[in-house]
Ligand binder design. Structure first.
Ligand code: NAD
Length: 416
C-alpha cells in the first residue's frame, strides 16, 4: 500500500525501541539484530507442461535461546530474504511473550501459488523440504503454515521428512491435518487468540463485545476464522476484504455466507446488498474493532490518522509501521500488537507438538481452554507492563518478549 517501509527495517526499529527501554546490553542488542542462520535454496520443479522452473526459497532461524526454532512457511510472489528475516525475528518475540519454549524462525518461497496446480505445489513443497532437511527437525526447527500454505502443505512436509528419516515423524511440523497428527482447534487457534485479545481490550475500554462492529482485512485462514468467531460471540461484522477488494454492509454481514460466496467466485466482492470498497477504505471503516489479517505495511503514517476503530487487533504480522503506531497511540486507539494478538497460532502449534511427542490427542475443549488461559494471561502481562511503563501495548509486548530472550541468552552464556 502506498508508502512501503521494509518489514526488516520495521522489525529492527521495534527492537531498537525495546532495547532502549530495557537498557539492553549493546552486545545482546547487536546479536538480536541478526538471525542465527539463513539458508537460501533454489528449488527446481518440473511443471505440469514438462518445463523445469527454478524458485527461490529460504529458511531463516533467528534465535533459539528459549527452545527450538519455530515459524511458518510463506508462499508468495513478493517473498524476500528481508521479509522472512523480519518475520523470523517477530516469531522469537512472540514465543517469548506468550511464554512457550520456542525460538523464532520463518521460511518462504517466492512463487505464485494461485497460478500453480496442486501437483506442482506438492513437488515444490517436497523439494523445498529436502533442501532445508538438514536444519529442521522436531528439536531443531519446527515449520508451520503461513500465507498461502495450509494443512495439506504441512502433510507433504511431514511425509517428505519422514521418508528421508525412514520412520514417521509427525512432530517435525505443526498445522497438519488431524488425520496425520494435527491438533484439534489448530485451524482456528490464531483467530480465536485474536478475538480473545480484542475481547480483553474491549473490557478495558468498557466496550461490550456483543454488538461491537468489526472490520476484517484478509479473508484467508486468519481473517475468515476471526470474522466467524467474532460473529459467533455476538459482534456485527460490517466489512471484510481479500486481495481482490472488500465489501461493506452497515447492517452486518454473515461471515459463513461470505465464505461460501468466496469459495464459489474466488472473491468476497460483489456480494448481495453490500457496497464494494477498496482495501484502503476497509482500513478506514467506522467500526469498534479493526482486524488486519492480510500482509505487512497496511497501516502507515499515510492512513493512520484516518483509522476510526477504537481497537486494532493485529491478526497479520507487521501490518502497522512504527510511525503509525505512534499516531494511533496519540489518537487513543488501543492496538493489540501482532506478537501478542496472533500468538494463538504458535501456542496451538506448541500444543500439537506436545501431543505428537507424547502420542496423545486432546479434545478441542481442552486445547481451547488452555489456549484461552494462555492468551488472557499474556494480554494481562502486557497490559500491566504498558500501564507501568506508560507505553503503548506494542512497546510493552516487545519489552516483555525481548527481555525474556535476553535473559535466556545471558543465562546460557556464550560457547565457545
Ligand atoms: P492466508 O493465505 O490463509 O490468507 C491471506 C489472505 O490475505 C487472503 O484472503 C488474501 O486474499 C488476502 N490478501 C493478500 N494480499 C492482500 C492485500 N494486498 N490486501 C488485502 N488482502 C490481501 O494467510 P493467513 O494464514 O490467514 O495469514 C494472514 C496473516 O496472518 C499473515 O500476516 C500471517 O503471517 C499472519 N499469521 C498467520 C498465522 C496462521 O496460523 N496462519 C499465525 C500468525 C500470524
Amino acid at each position: 500500500m502506498g508508502e512501503t517501509q521494509s518489514a526488516l527495517s520495521v522489525a529492527c526499529e521495534q527492537l531498537r525501541i525495546a532495547a532502549e527501554k530495557l537498557k539492553l546490553d549493546p552486545g545482546i542488542h547487536e546479536m538480536l539484530k541478526h538471525p542465527r542462520r539463513s539458508l537460501i535454496v533454489s528449488i527446481n520443479v518440473k511443471m505440469d507442461n514438462g518445463n523445469v522452473c527454478t524458485f527461490s526459497g529460504c529458511r531463516v532461524q533467528h534465535n533459539d535461546a528459549r527452545g527450538p526454532f519455530k515459524g511458518g512457511i510463506r508462499y508468495h510472489p513478493n517473498v524476500s530474504l528481508d521479509e522472512v528475516t523480519a518475520l523470523a525475528m517477530w516469531m522469537t518475540w512472540k514465543c517469548a511473550v506468550v511464554d512457550i519454549p520456542y525460538g523464532g524462525a520463518k521460511g518462504g518461497v517466492c512463487c505464485n501459488p494461485k497460478e500453480m496446480s496442486k501437483a506442482e505445489l506438492e513437488r515444490l513443497t517436497r523439494r523445498y523440504t529436502t533442501l532445508i532437511f538438514d536444519i529442521i527437525g522436531p528439536y531443531r526447527d519446527v515449520p508451520a503454515p503461513d500465507v498461502y500454505t495450509d494443512a495439506q502443505t504441512m502433510a507433504w512436509i511431514m511425509d517428505t521428512y519422514s521418508q528421508l528419516k525412514g520412520y514417521s515423524v509427525p512432530e517435525c511440523v505443526t498445522g497438519k491435518p488431524i488425520s496425520v497428527g494435527g491438533s484439534e482447534g489448530r485451524a482456528e487457534a490464531t483467530s480465536l487468540g485474536v478475538v480473545v485479545c480484542a475481547r480483553e481490550a474491549a473490557k478495558n475500554l468498557g466496550l461490550k463485545l456483543k454488538g461491537a462492529t468489526v472490520a476484517v482485512q484478509g479473508y484467508g485462514n486468519v481473517g475468515w476464522n476471526a470474522a466467524k468467531i467474532a460473529y459467533d460471540m455476538g459482534c456485527k461484522i460490517v466489512a471484510v476484504s481479500d486481495s481482490t477488494g472488500g465489501i461493506y454492509c452497515e447492517k452486518g454481514l454473515n461471515p459463513y455466507k461470505i465464505y461460501q460466496h468466496k469459495s464459489k467466485t474466488g472473491s468476497v466482492t460483489n456480494y448481495e446488498k453490500c457496497k464494494n470498497i477498496t482495501n484502503e477504505e476497509l482500513l478506514e471503516t467506522k467500526c469498534d474493532i479493526l482486524i488486519p489479517a492480510a500482509l505487512e505495511n497496511q497501516i502507515t503514517k499515510k492512513n493512520a490518522n484516518k483509522i476510526k476503530a477504537k481497537i486494532v487487533a493485529e491478526g497479520a504480522n507487521g501490518p502497522t509501521t512504527p510511525e503509525a503506531d505512534k499516531a494511533l497511540h496519540e489518537k487513543g486507539i488501543l492496538l493489540v500488537p501482532d506478537i501478542l494478538a496472533n500468538s494463538g497460532g504458535v501456542t496451538a502449534s506448541y500444543y500439537e507438538w506436545v501431543q505428537n511427542l507424547t502420542r496423545e490427542h486432546w479434545t478441542v475443549e481442552e486445547v481451547n481452554r488452555k489456549l484461552e488461559d494462555k492468551m488472557v494471561k499474556a494480554f494481562n502481562d502486557v497490559h500491566k507492563l504498558a500501564k507501568k511503563e506508560k507505553s503503548d501495548m506494542r512497546t510493552a509486548a516487545l519489552m516483555l518478549g525481548v527481555g525474556r530472550v535476553a535473559e535466556a541468552i545471558k543465562t546460557l552464556g556464550l560457547w565457545p
